[in-house]
Design a binder for this molecule. Structure first.
Ligand code: PLP
Length: 443
């Protein structure tokens, strides 16, 4: 593609003059100017290309500019570009039926939203309306989105300045590497985290709790893969106390873990299916903003006569729906979810373990599929998180070598698109290795 440095400068200047950015003090920003992308690669206006091991905001599961998705959007644009939510629309029905087929027989309907936050907002609404209760339990290590209830359900720092609504309670999920429960094995971590959760439920009063909301694998908080049995234990507690179980699969769903849904990867140990699944990002790789709630047959049935008090002008927007159909059909036809699984098992798992063995700054590697985190430490014994300044230096070294990383707190998340190839992973591993070597030499 033809790009000119002058266009890049203009993009940068317009952004700095006129664009207000998320989650930032505006004065200190220095945004990367992206000109284009294809597959796992992106480029700027100066002729530099980068392996996109961030998948932007962990959403381009099918990679950049997949022709099947771009063509589906173009074809829909020629047919109908907008439709009222009350009307039936073919693209919306096709998208819903494909999503339900992937989620499994427990689920009956899909409610479409504009993104992930309002997916959680409406899942919470559904849980409150069906139970007649108001409290929502979620974990401290979580992100659920930037709307009224979703941001208060979030556990991380972004909740605190926005905490105006009542009815939210937080608890600690399992995280063996930085255990809140003094555990020294995954089994102990699992058992103690479940005892803690049941005590929170009992102390809050089970009859006041509408929903248990958790990311199946907490993503932004650090790719915290739960120990075996934890999700089954949560499912059992939800059943015992009549609480609606919501799995937030906005980041971990649609292929990222090497399964269509992350919870399906835990099914070998017993019943783990939630009552509601929230999704966005990977369902269409973000080519058009969309998200939604996958609703169990029994909750959907509860609204056959009862009114659902919720709605959005763009619920099931046709361009978004066409892009979902295009993306899911291409992912199926091209074996893209299986690719994520085998890349994780055969390339990222051993490659990142070797990286950690070589570099003492990497305290722990955890993940599955194309969903990994490197937990960085200044001291492997105390597990003291690595300072922000050194993490920033690592980011700089990676960009200089042609890799766009995903950085969160003291971690680098290794989250390429599900279409990433073994050769691209090998190239990326060399870049991570060289960047760590360079930074360690300066310490
Ligand atoms: N839930 C999870 C797990 C997420 O990772 C995110 C976004 O990163 C959201 C919800 C919010 O999605 P959105 O930004 O599309 O509103």
């Amino acid at each position: 593609p033809v790009t000119s440095p002058a266009d890049g400068q203009r993009a940068y200047d317009l952004d700095r003059a006129h664009v207000f950015h998320s989650w930032s003090a505006q004065g200190s920003l220095n945004p990367f100017v992206m000109a284009g992308g294809l597959g796992s690669t992106i480029w700027d206006f100066d002729g530099n290309s980068y392996l996109d091991f961030s998948s932007q905001l962990v959403n381009t599961n099918i990679g950049h500019q997949h022709p099947a998705v771009v063509d589906a959007i173009k074809a829909q644009a020629d047919i109908l570009t907008t439709v009222a939510p009350a009307h039936a629309n073919l693209a919306r029905g096709e998208a819903a039926s494909r999503i339900l087929a992937l989620a499994g027989p427990r689920f009956g309907k899909v409610f479409f939203t504009n993104g992930g936050a309002d997916a959680n907002e409406n899942a919470i609404r559904l849980a409150r309306l069906t139970t007649g209760r108001d409290k929502v339990l979620s974990t401290y290590r979580s992100y659920h989105g930037n709307t009224g209830s979703a941001i208060v359900a979030t556990g991380d720092w972004r909740r605190i300045p926005n905490e105006y609504s009542r009815g939210h309670v937080h608890f600690f999920g399992p995280f063996a590497y930085r255990s809140e429960f003094w555990s020294d094995s995954p089994e102990q971590e699992c058992e103690r985290a479940l005892i803690h959760l049941e005590r929170v439920i009992q102390s809050e009063g089970p009859a006041s709790i509408a929903a248990l909301l958790l990311e199946t694998i907490p993503g932004t908080a650090g790719v915290l893969v739960p120990p075996r049995g934890y999700l089954q234990g949560v499912r059992a507690l939800a059943d015992k106390y009549g609480i609606v179980l919501i799995f937030d699969e906005v980041m971990c769903g649609f292929g990222r873990t090497g399964n269509w849904f992350a919870f399906q990867g835990f099914a070998g140990d017993g019943e783990v299916t939630p009552d509601l699944i929230t999704f966005a990002k990977g369902v269409n790789s973000g080519y058009v903003p969309t998200g939604g709630v996958i609703i169990s047959e029994s909750i959907a049935n509860a609204f056959e006569d009862q009114v659902f008090a919720g709605g959005l002008t763009y619920s099931g927007h046709p361009l978004a729906m066409a892009s979902i159909v295009g993306a899911l059909d291409a992912m199926e036809a091209e074996g893209i979810v299986d690719n994520a699984a085998s890349i994780g098992r055969d390339h990222l798992a051993p490659g990142l373990a070797a990286l950690a063995a070589k570099h003492p700054l990497i305290g722990e590697v955890r993940g599955v599929g194309v969903f990994w985190a490197l937990d960085l430490v200044s001291d492997p014994d105390t597990r003291e998180p690595l300072s922000g300044a050194v993490v920033a230096q690592l980011k700089k070294e990676l960009l200089a070598r042609g890799l766009m990383p995903f950085v969160a707190d003291n971690r680098i998340h290794v989250v390429p698109p599900c279409v990433v190839t073994a050769e691209e992973v090998a190239a990326a591993l060399e870049m991570y290795d060289a960047a760590f070597t360079a930074v360690e030499a300066d310490l």
